[in-house]
Design a protein around this ligand. Structure first.
Ligand code: JAB
Length: 244
């Protein structure tokens, strides 16, 4: 997968040199390009923002640097459907979920545009949508100072699903949200710790009973912490257990 990131803080993504994603880059599973929006400016102060038309607080990101930077990333010869997917993190976007991460891991080329200030001139989204698929995506119903933290989270959620990035692919299956439920609690040695025992069923060696216990734990935890997930599954006509 090719990933391009447009940002005014390129150093923010230095952390993608380490851990599993860093290894994925070294082995060629992920090819990353980070583009400093200020490199597309022409004035001495490398200005990327200006006051909003119509008044209002704060500043808006100018369209010209965005257009020039995206020109260098998007292949004009490809039509919008064949080219990359351009994602702008935004509190006004569709909510990012594990299902979306599973959907996006099949993309060959993702471009992430990190807004700052009060946001990006709307014409950047409109013009980019002429030549590429564009999605505004939100991590949740809260506001960040910019898109970089959200892009980092999305790259991690998507990147770890690329075959070969995570050592044991089975570990991706028994995770929260993979089957519409929260994950069951986990335990390891010692079997007793500060007077707290591991549930005896997990020491029984009865794999069928252990699987049944874990599923019940998932359902109980989901009912208690995220009943909305059960409602969502019901509305989508799926029982959580229906998922493979
Ligand atoms: N909720 C998201 S993704 C966001 C981006 C910028 N501010 O909030």
């Amino acid at each position: 997968m090719r990933i391009d990131i447009v940002t005014i803080f390129p150093e923010f993504f230095d952390v993608l040199d380490i851990s599993l994603l860093g290894k994925a880059r070294q082995t060629g599973l992920i090819d990353l390009g980070v583009h400093n929006l200020r490199d597309a400016t022409t004035d001495r102060h490398r200005t990327v923002d200006d006051t909003p038309y119509g008044g209002g607080a704060g500043m808006v990101m100018k369209p010209e640097p965005w257009g020039q930077t995206l020109d260098s990333i998007l292949d004009e010869k490809k039509n919008a459907d064949a080219g990359p997917l351009v994602i702008f993190p935004s509190p006004a976007g569709e909510v990012f979920t594990q299902a979306m991460a599973r959907e996006l891991v099949d993309e060959e080329h993702l471009v992430f545009g990190c807004g700052r200030y009060e946001g990006i001139d709307q014409r950047v989204f409109d013009h980019t949508a002429i030549r590429a698929r564009v999605r505004l995506v939100s991590l949740g119903d809260y506001v960040l100072n910019g898109g970089e933290v959200a892009v980092m989270a999305m790259i991690e959620a998507i990147g770890r699903l690329i075959p070969g990035v995570v050592g044991n692919p089975h570990s991706l299956v028994e995770e929260s949200h993979e089957d519409g439920l929260l994950e069951a609690p986990s335990y390891t040695k010692p079997s007793t710790w500060r007077g707290l025992d591991v549930p005896p069923i997990l020491l029984s060696g009865n794999h069928g009973a252990i699987a049944a216990w874990r599923r019940e734990q998932q359902l109980e935890r989901t009912r208690r912490v995220r009943p909305d997930l059960l409602d969502r599954a019901a509305n989508e006509g799926e029982s959580p257990s229906a998922r493979p």
